[in-house]
Every structure is written in structure tokens, then in C-alpha cells.
Design a protein around this ligand. Structure first.
Ligand code: FES
Ligand code: FES
Length: 178
């Protein structure tokens, strides 16, 4: 299935170039990119295939799992439900943009310390959903945390360690601008 998806995307990218496509400029993790893409290309595919930012995962393609969650102008969105052309002129944050100068982001540190992940497939999406929450509220209630990550499915952890990690990350984020 992954191979078929890659083949289909390779064809789409070739067609975009042949047909002229749409030139879009967007900022991803603080860096500006201009690329030609077809109007039907999803943001998640654009990030993974055109920019090679493969930390954003595809779990379902049907807006259920949340593995593809990124921040778009600071708001958590499922990037399999957004077209790349809709991100024109906007700012995207992916998991690759969190660590700075070789140092993990406080949320990543907290997930590491509190065992907030196992296989890690859901983790980039969960971390970005948590980032939106914690920028607004450094001390969210457990209920608020669970609501914030309710669009993210984890098949491994049972969620409690994720909730503990997000709560601990809020403490870490109190000092500093993240
Ligand atoms: Fe986007 Fe599952 S891949 S919600
Ligand atoms: Fe495996 Fe969440 S850690 S799916």
C-alpha cells in the first residue's frame, strides 16, 4: 500500500511539473519554500514527498487517527484534510521544527521522561496537538489534556502516560517562550 501510494504521488508530482501546476510559497519550521504542486495534493503529502519532512505520519488518510497533525498558523490541523495550496502564505510547524540547536523541545523531553510513547507512530501528531494546548495553558486539567488529544489515536500507550507527559511539559514550558 505504501509503495502504491508513493508511485501515485510520483506520478502526481511529474504531472504537476508537466501541467505547470500551482506555485505556492509557504513557511515550514521557519524556512520559506516555493514549490510547484497540483491543486489536489494534500498538505501531508506535500510535506512528506515534496519537502521530505517525513516526521508527519499518515495513519488513515480519512481524518480519524491524527498521526498527520501539524500546526497551521499555530492551530493544530490534520494535514490529510488540508490541501497544500491552502497553506499558501501560511506558517506550518511540523515535528522537525521543535528541537532547536540539538536540544529537544520541553514536550519531547517530557514524553521521553514520562514514557509517553512506545512505537512512536502517533507521537509527532500528539506532540503538535499538545503544543497548541500548552501555548495557551501551561497548567491544563487532565480533562483539557484529554480533550486536546482526543483527535489523536494511540494504539500502544493507553493514553495515561501521554496525559502525564503533557502535564509535565506544561511545567517545563512555564519558563521560556516556546
Ligand atoms: Fe490524517 Fe489519519 S492520516 S487523520
Ligand atoms: Fe504507538 Fe502511540 S505510541 S501508536
Amino acid at each position: 500500500m505504501a509503495k502504491a501510494r508513493r508511485t501515485a504521488r510520483a506520478k502526481t508530482m511529474g504531472m504537476a511539473r508537466e501541467n505547470g501546476g500551482h506555485s505556492i510559497t509557504l513557511t515550514v519550521n521557519g524556512q520559506s519554500y516555493t514549490r510547484v504542486t497540483e491543486p489536489r495534493v494534500l498538505l501531508v503529502d506535500f510535506l512528506r514527498d515534496d519537502l521530505r519532512l517525513t516526521g508527519t505520519h499518515v495513519g488513515c488518510d480519512t481524518s480519524h487517527c491524527g498521526a498527520c497533525t501539524v500546526l497551521l498558523d499555530g492551530r493544530a490541523v490534520k494535514s490529510c484534510t488540508v490541501l497544500a495550496v491552502q497553506a499558501e502564505g501560511r506558517a506550518v510547524t511540523t515535528i522537525e521544527g521543535l528541537a532547536q540547536h540539538g536540544r529537544l523541545h520541553p514536550i519531547q523531553e517530557a514524553f521521553k521522561e514520562h514514557h509517553g510513547l512506545q512505537c512512536g507512530f502517533c507521537t509527532p501528531g500528539v506532540v503538535l496537538a499538545a503544543l497548541e494546548l500548552l501555548r495557551a495553558d501551561h497548567a491544563p486539567t487532565e480533562e483539557r489534556i484529554r480533550t486536546a488529544i482526543s483527535g489523536n489515536i494511540c494504539r500502544c500507550t493507553g493514553y495515561q502516560n501521554i496525559v502525564d507527559s503533557v502535564a509535565a511539559a506544561g511545567e517545563r514550558m512555564k519558563s521560556g517562550k516556546w
